[in-house]
Design a protein around this ligand. Structure first.
Ligand SMILES: [Zn+2]
Length: 112
């Protein structure tokens, strides 16, 4: 009998797919990802939805993911707005339409 660990397990193949989908850029701030210095983030936190769908996964730079952690996208956006001194902060994946918004809003609606 195996006990399923309650943590995200993102395979190497999934990582590569997600990196390629986003042009090897941080999906939040748009900085280029070089080498292994990146994280894979669950847009809707894994602790809430346990969903490893590639549309819920984005590559991020380390500093973005250290801020995002388990926050919702909107909580994270508010912090990024303050940091950038802007009224609104548009994430890189929103500019490039690299995330299927219908899948994302599905997860966001289910796992509040
Ligand atoms: Zn970033």
């Amino acid at each position: 009998m195996t006990i399923r660990a309650k943590r995200a397990r993102v395979s190497f193949r999934q990582r590569e797919v997600v990196l390629d989908m986003h042009g090897r850029k941080c999906a939040y701030c748009g900085i280029d990802i070089i080498g292994k210095n990146y994280h894979i983030d669950h847009i809707v936190p894994f602790s809430k939805c346990e969903e490893n769908d590639v549309y819920n996964l984005v590559p991020t730079c380390v500093s973005c993911n250290m801020i995002k952690k388990d926050k919702s996208l909107e909580e994270f956006r508010q912090i990024m707005c303050k940091k950038a001194g802007m009224k609104d902060y548009v994430f890189e994946f929103e500019k490039t339409n690299k995330v299927d918004v219908s899948v994302l809003s599905y997860y966001q609606a289910i796992y509040k």
